[in-house]
Design a protein around this ligand. Structure first.
Ligand SMILES: [Zn+2]
Length: 238
């Protein structure tokens, strides 16, 4: 098991850690700042720095088998560290920060479009949510204007934890039908944007929605009867 440092501080860019195991699938560490692919959010990239200064490029991060296990996927051909070795971890922060801003923007957009969410994905240059709604009800200019108004309000986000039982009692908290929150660990992590949104989410978010800046709608299209896709990008940051 790995201590998931990004859960309590999404702004951690570096940390030290000890190698627990090394396999073809990836490197496991006793603690990590690397977010593994999940909840639609892309896995982190970055580098592991060995004591001698050698760099092990990490091209992806995935969940391992079992709770709180994280596989740091090394670049093909990279010289691998040995179990027990102490390393410095460093994520590609500009990339992660874009993911955090886009991810938090999707929370806001899910409050502008009041329909069940049937899917979602966040990569560094764009993000999307799918809704179970009629295509004719989706207006790009409206979505952009309302989401940007929520961003401009500059609300601070909060992480809260509730028990599995509390979540069972409030099924309306779960907007995303395709990504059920993980149960069985006894407690569930939620993101609260006071006055705007509250939903289970294990991803990384910005501390204040103003950090998103602004978004623009790239595309709205049908991906099936229950999937009307709205794709966004950060405004003015490429
Ligand atoms: Zn989230």
């Amino acid at each position: 098991m790995s201590e998931l440092l990004f859960r309590t501080d999404a702004y951690l860019k570096t940390a030290s850690a000890r190698v627990q195991s090394v396999s073809e699938r990836g490197i496991e560490l006793d603690r990590t700042v690397f977010y593994p692919l999940g909840g639609g959010q892309a896995g982190d990239t970055g580098v592991l720095l060995r004591a001698g200064g050698e760099r092990v490029p990490i091209i992806d991060t995935r969940k391992g088998e079992g709770a709180d296990r994280v596989l740091h996927v090394p670049a093909p051909g990279a010289e691998l560290p040995a179990p027990g070795e102490e390393l410095m971890l460093e994520i590609d922060w500009p990339r992660r920060y874009r993911l955090m801003r886009l991810h938090t923007a999707l929370h806001l957009m899910s409050c502008v479009i009041t329909a069940p969410v049937t899917g979602g994905n966040i990569v560094p240059d764009k993000a999307r949510l799918d809704f179970d709604i009629e295509l004719s009800q989706l207006n790009a200019a409206h979505i952009e204007r309302e989401t940007n108004a929520l961003i401009a309000a500059g609300t601070a986000t909060e992480t809260v934890w509730i028990t599995d039982e509390e979540l069972e009692a409030q099924p309306e908290l779960v907007k995303t039908m395709s990504v059920a929150p993980p149960r069985g660990a006894g407690r569930v992590r939620l993101l609260r944007i006071p006055g705007i949104d509250l939903q289970p989410c294990g991803g990384t978010h910005v501390a204040n929605v103003a950090e998103i800046g602004a978004i623009r709608v790239l595309k709205i299209r049908s991906e099936g009867k229950h999937n009307k896709r709205v794709e966004i990008a950060l405004s003015g940051s490429g």
